[in-house]
Design a protein around this ligand. Structure first.
Ligand SMILES: Cc1cc2nc3c(=O)[nH]c(=O)nc-3n(C[C@H](O)[C@H](O)[C@H](O)COP(=O)(O)O)c2cc1C
Length: 214
C-alpha cells in the first residue's frame, strides 16, 4: 500500500468554538459561519453534501447548493424524480454537511425534508438564468441517457421553442426541499487534533447545547 497519503497532515489553528459563546439557535449560528465563509471568499461557500437513504437502506451522497436559510430550515432545489428525489420520497430523513477547508470548519445537520410550496419553487425558478431554466426542463436528472448530443439537441429545441422564457414554465418535477433540522454539530479544527465539537439537539421545543470529544 502506498504510504504517500499518510504524510499529508496539517495543524488546524484558525479558530475556536465555545458552548458559551455560540448562538443559542443553530440556524443563526450556521448563518453566522456562512457569512464568515462568504467574507473569507471560500470557494462555493453554500455547497453542501446531502445524504439520503431510500428503502434499500443504501446511503447516497452528493453536493447541492443551499438556496435558502431561515429559522425554519435549509432549502435546496433539485429534480423531484432524481435518485435523491426518489429516496427522499421513500424516507424524508436526510443529512447535510458543509465543509469550509479554508476556515477549518465543518457543520453537520440532520433532519426531515419537506417540499417547499409551489409558490416558493416558482419564485426561485423564475429568478434563475434562462439557460439554467432550460437545463432543468430538458434534463431527466439521474436517468440513463444515450449520449451528450441527445441532451444538447433537447436543449436547443427548448431554446427554439422559447420554453425557458415562458412564464409559469417550471416543470412539476423540479422544485425545492426544506430540511427541518433537529440536530447540528459545529466542528472547528484545533491544534494537535483537540478539535471543538459543539452539538445542538432539539428536544422538548428547545435546543440543548453540549460538547463532544474530538
Ligand atoms: C458544486 C456543485 C453544486 C451542485 N448543485 C446542485 C443543486 O443545487 N441541485 C442539484 O440537483 N444538483 C446539484 N449538483 C449535482 C449533484 O451533485 C448530483 O450530481 C445531482 O443532483 C444528481 O444526484 P442524484 O442522482 O443523487 O439525485 C451539484 C454538484 C456540485 C459539484
Amino acid at each position: 500500500m502506498e504510504k504517500r497519503f499518510q504524510s499529508i497532515r496539517k495543524q488546524y489553528v484558525k479558530g475556536a468554538l465555545s458552548e458559551i459563546l455560540v448562538d443559542n439557535n443553530p440556524l443563526r449560528q450556521l448563518e453566522f459561519w456562512l457569512n464568515e465563509a462568504i467574507l473569507a471568499e471560500c470557494i462555493e461557500p453554500t455547497a453542501m453534501v446531502l445524504s439520503t437513504v431510500g428503502s434499500d437502506m443504501m446511503p447516497s451522497s452528493r453536493v447541492v447548493l443551499m438556496k435558502g436559510l431561515d429559522l425554519t430550515g435549509i432549502v435546496f432545489y433539485t429534480n423531484y424524480e432524481s435518485l435523491k428525489g426518489k429516496q427522499l420520497n421513500e424516507n424524508p430523513q436526510a443529512s447535510l454537511l458543509f465543509f469550509w477547508p479554508d476556515m477549518e470548519r465543518q457543520v453537520r445537520v440532520q433532519g426531515t425534508v419537506r417540499k417547499v410550496t409551489d409558490q416558493e419553487s416558482d419564485e426561485y425558478f423564475e429568478s434563475r438564468p434562462e439557460a439554467s431554466r432550460i437545463s432543468a426542463i430538458v434534463s431527466p436528472q439521474s436517468s440513463e441517457i444515450i449520449d451528450r448530443e441527445w441532451l444538447i439537441e433537447r436543449s436547443k429545441s427548448a431554446f427554439e421553442m422559447q420554453m425557458g422564457s415562458q412564464p409559469g414554465n417550471r416543470p412539476s418535477n423540479w422544485g425545492g426541499y426544506r430540511l427541518i433540522p433537529n440536530y447540528f454539530e459545529f466542528w472547528q479544527g484545533r491544534e494537535d487534533r483537540l478539535h471543538d465539537r459543539i452539538v445542538y439537539q432539539y428536544v422538548d421545543n428547545y435546543w440543548r447545547i453540549f460538547r463532544l470529544a474530538p
